[in-house]
Every structure is written in C-alpha cells, then in structure tokens.
Design a protein around this ligand. Structure first.
Ligand SMILES: *Cc1c(COP(=O)(O)O)cnc(C)c1O
Length: 350
C-alpha cells in the first residue's frame, strides 16, 4: 500500500510551520527567537518557554516502554486530535469518505462532519462484531479511512482478532484501530503487529486506565510515513509542557496503573453480578472495558430515576442494536453501591 497516494494533494505538498529552535538548537542558549517572556512568568514555575514541539523526551520514554521507535509515535491533545488530523490528512472534503461500524464512539462521525467528509456505515453484527462483507465490498477509491474500536465503546467487547486481520489485509485504505480501553482487556494490543501493516494506525490514550483524562494526552502509533504527515499538520505546540511533564512522571508508575485496573475489573464483575439480580435488567453485554452496556426493560424510566437521584449514566438507547441500553462506567465500591441502592429504590417505587 502506498500511503502517499492516499494523502490529500494539498497536505502532501504542504510546507509545515517550523520554529527556529527546531532548525538549530533547543537546549543551552540564549533564546531571543520566539518572543517569550525572558523575565519568567507571574508564577514560580518555569512556564515562560514554549514546550518542545516534537515532544522528543516523552516519545523516547513511550517508545522504550512499547518497544517501538519514536518515529512511530504521534502525541496529541487527546486521541480526539489524532482522529481529526487523520481525517484532515486523508479525506478531501465533499469527495472522500470514512467508514465506521456502529454502534461505536461518536467522535469519528463528528470529526468527519466538521471536515465535510461523508460517513459510510457498516454496522456491527448483533453480537457487535465487524461485518466483513459489508466492510470489504465498498472498496471504491474514495473510502480512505476505516475506524474500528476494540474494546468497542459503547458495547465493551473486543473485536475478533481474525476479522481485524482480514480487514487489515484487504481494506484498500487506512485502518484506524482505537484501543482507548485496551489496558482493561484480556486480549493483547495490536501494537506488536504494527510493523506488519503499513495501513494500521493504533490509537491509545492516557484518559482511561491511566486516570489522566484532564491532561489531554492521546497517542497514535503507525508507520513513520503516517506519523510524519500527522506531525506536519498538527499545531506546533499541540501538547503543552505541563502535560508532557505529568506524563513523564506517570509512565514509571505503570504497575500502579495496572493495580488500579485490577480493582476496576473486580468492581465491574461485582457490579455486573448485582445488576443481574434486578428483574428490569434484561441483559448485560460482555465487557473488556471499564464500563458495562446494560439492557433494561424500559431504560428511559431507569435513566430518569437515576438522574433524579444525581447519578448520571450514558443513554445509548438510540444507537444501532442498543435499544433500551444504558452505558454505566464502573465507579468506586461506594459509588457502585449507591447505584445499586438507587436501583433497589427504583424497583420498589410505585
Ligand atoms: C474515551 C475515548 C477516547 C479517548 O479520547 P481522549 O481524547 O484521548 O480523551 C478515544 N476513543 C474512544 C473510543 C473513547 O471511548
């Protein structure tokens, strides 16, 4: 597959913004090139200098941890930034299209809409697996990106590995595999297969298992040619220095993250077990993530009752195959107990 042929013409020929510090030296010097405040900032912290636009230090640390090369890593303001940039890099507005497999994460379609790019639907099967015939038989040249999400949001399940493999080998465009919830899953990340597939982009994030949603840091892993394109079109300082520093402090605490993940998984199973005792809970879908998709007998009433009791869950009942479904994020033991108690009150309400 030739990545270059899939890229929009104007992006291919773009000369990116370049800072003087990128072109010459970025450490040890007198910096009078970027109109920063040389006297410092109103705060004690040294926030007066622009952050490293190439995020070298953090990329090196992530590369070591994942056993990949830094030039296979893009860092953005959440993985949402990578989603937007991928669409902007590959899809000519009003002409090219993306494919999504609903029910899935809403940002793919929102970013496409912002960029005036049409979305083709290839719905998941009722057991929430990719429909290969549907996905692979639409292969006209204007279908540039396919978004797959595994574990999928809002269904919680992992997509079948064999199906992903077939898609990677046969889809004529770029396959974006969103692994936002991979740290909660039993199955392995596709990262170890990254160099096998030139058309594979893997998205991961610090927002979920790492518990750092606030710092807005997402990662895209791909062939260096794709990473180069994304880096070319991003805002120069798209990840701020406070975020870079925080992530550098977080990375050595991976064991801590994994311990919290185990607690979340324990709570998820307890929550699932207890929810199944309610007569108005019809079904709970298998989850490899930190949430449960729960099918109720009358989700509207449940949703309303919960919000009245200041418990907010996600109403997914309008999505494909998700009628009467609410998506519930696993909380702390206390929060989960509160949810269960509230549902008990609901069942006793007249
Ligand atoms: C939460 C989530 C993300 C993460 O987005 P960030 O911008 O990194 O916070 C990405 N994809 C899916 C499917 C998600 O559920």
């Amino acid at each position: 597959m030739e990545i270059n042929k899939l890229i929009r013409e104007n992006i291919r020929s773009l000369t990116p913004y370049s800072s003087a510090r990128e072109e010459h030296f970025s450490e040890d010097g007198i910096f009078m090139d970027a109109n920063e405040n040389a006297f410092g900032s109103v705060l004690d912290a040294s926030l007066n200098r622009y952050p490293d636009p190439s995020q070298r230090q953090l990329k090196n640390e992530i590369a070591k941890d994942r056993r990949i090369s830094p030039n296979q890593i893009f860092l953005g303001s959440g993985s949402d930034e990578a989603i937007d940039l991928l669409i902007r890099a590959f899809c000519e507005p009003t002409r090219d299209r993306i494919m999504v497999c609903s029910p899935t994460y809403g940002m793919y379609s929102v970013c496409a809409a912002v960029n005036n790019v049409e979305v083709v639907e290839a719905p998941l099967t009722p057991s929430f697996q990719p429909n290969l015939e549907n996905i692979l038989n639409q292969g006209t040249g204007d279908l540039k990106l396919l978004f797959l999400c595994s574990p999928n949001n809002p269904t919680g399940n992992c997509l079948d590995g064999q199906k992903i493999k077939e898609i990677l080998e046969n889809f004529p465009g770029i396959v974006v595999l969103d692994e936002a919830y991979i740290d909660f899953a039993v199955t392995n990340s596709w990262l170890s297969d990254l160099s096998k597939y030139k058309n594979l982009v893997i998205l991961q994030t610090f927002s979920k298992a790492w518990g750092l949603a606030n710092i807005r840091l997402g990662m895209a892993f791909a062939h260096p040619e794709i990473i180069e394109i994304l880096s070319k079109i991003k805002f120069p300082y798209n990840v701020n220095g406070v975020t870079l520093q925080t992530a550098l402090e977080a990375l050595p605490k991976k064991a801590n993250m994994q311990k919290i993940v185990r607690q979340i998984l324990t709570e998820r199973e307890r929550l699932k077990h207890n929810l199944l005792n309610f007569s108005f809970v019809e079904k709970i879908y298998p989850s490899d993530a930190n949430f449960l998709l729960v099918k109720f007998n009358g989700s509207r009433k449940v949703y309303y009752f919960l919000t009245q009791n200041r418990i907010l869950v996600r109403d997914r009942s309008n999505l494909t195959h998700c009628r009467n479904c609410l998506r519930i994020t696993v909380g702390t033991p206390e929060q989960n107990q509160k949810l269960l108690d509230t549902l008990t009150h609901f069942s006793e309400a007249p």
